[in-house]
Ligand binder design. Structure first.
Ligand code: LHQ
Length: 255
């Protein structure tokens, strides 16, 4: 259900249920969460990419595979989707949501959850939950209003309208849009560039940003002061300053 491939310190995890636009079942969600943890623990990996096989990114919950496990909706979310979203945001390495095609329902949440969101020109996002009279889940109610504000979020959720790539870029739902034809190569090139950045400093940056989204300014200032000590004591900082003085690019990757 998840294809794993490595190239130049970039681990790509590809959702692989192509005939259903990579709709998620428990196996896919639990395997993806495990693979993210494995990537986090692997020192050869500096950036993780999540993408979809075929023409879809992820169509959300597989609607043909929801019942029969004897779980309530609440239990199901706590067992599968919520640990996945927590793992993405808690990962010590940058996670790229590489949205190659349609991202619907929990798939839309997954598209929003990455630290970087890269879209193919033909990709789209639909907060499709209200079509089946459900509440947006897997973090959508948290991510979307922070990106577009309460009212746009409500409208997108209530009407389940498709957001296309140019609108996603304008609304701040993605950082870059690449041509469909070159998308996978463009994502790889972006990820490799990100992989040359100071991994330890980015880990702390991710930690600070995630905390700041729910903190006061005072708390953010305190955490910055604490984390800056960890960054300043690290060899990456020394290398960055030395490289600046020597007028050469910093070398943040050590074998
Ligand atoms: C699918 C699916 C799918 C199965 C396309 N399942 N087969 C929910 C419940 C419980 C607990 C936890 O949380 C959740 C969270 C959720 O994610 S709720 C939202 C569930 N997702 C949806 O409601 C999306 C349903 N799909 C669609 O609305 C459309 O398929 C989209 C807009 C994604 C894509 O439309 P098209 O590009 O027109 O493709 P299509 O509809 O023709 O789909 C292609 C195939 O994929 C098709 O199969 P077929 O055998 O006819 O070729 C679809 O049945 C299948 N597929 N989504 N979620």
């Amino acid at each position: 259900v998840i294809l794993v491939s490595d190239r130049s310190a970039v681990r790509t995890l590809t959702l692989n249920r192509e005939s259903k636009l990579n709709a998620a079942n428990d196996d896919l969600l639990l395997t993806l969460t495990d693979e993210l943890k494995r990537a986090d623990a692997d020192p050869s990996v500096r950036v993780v990419v999540i993408t979809g096989a075929g023409r879809g990114f992820c169509a959300g919950q597989d609607l043909g595979d929801v019942s029969g496990r004897g779980m309530t909706f609440t239990e199901h979310l706590n067992h599968t989707y919520n640990p996945l979203v927590r793992t993405i945001r808690g990962l010590s390495k940058p996670v790229i949501s590489a949205v190659n095609g349609v991202a619907a329902g929990a798939g839309a949440s997954l598209a929003l959850a990455g630290d970087v969101r890269l879209w193919a020109q033909g990709a789209s996002l639909i907060e499709v939950f209200s079509n089946i009279a459900l509440v947006p889940d897997s973090g959508s109610t948290w991510f979307l209003p922070r990106l577009v504000g309460y009212h746009r979020a409500f409208e997108l959720m209530a009407l389940a309208e498709k957001v296309r790539a140019e609108d996603a870029l304008r609304l701040g739902l993605c950082e870059q849009v690449f041509p469909d034809e070159t998308f996978r190569d463009d994502v790889q090139a972006y990820a490799e560039r990100l992989a040359t950045r100071p991994a330890h400093a980015l880990k702390l940056t991710k930690q600070a940003l995630n905390a700041a989204l729910t903190s006061t300014l005072d708390q953010a200032l305190d955490l910055e002061a604490e984390l800056q000590q960890l960054a300043g004591d690290h060899w990456e900082h020394e290398e960055g300053v030395t490289a600046f003085k020597q007028k050469r690019p910093a070398q943040f990757v050590r074998s």
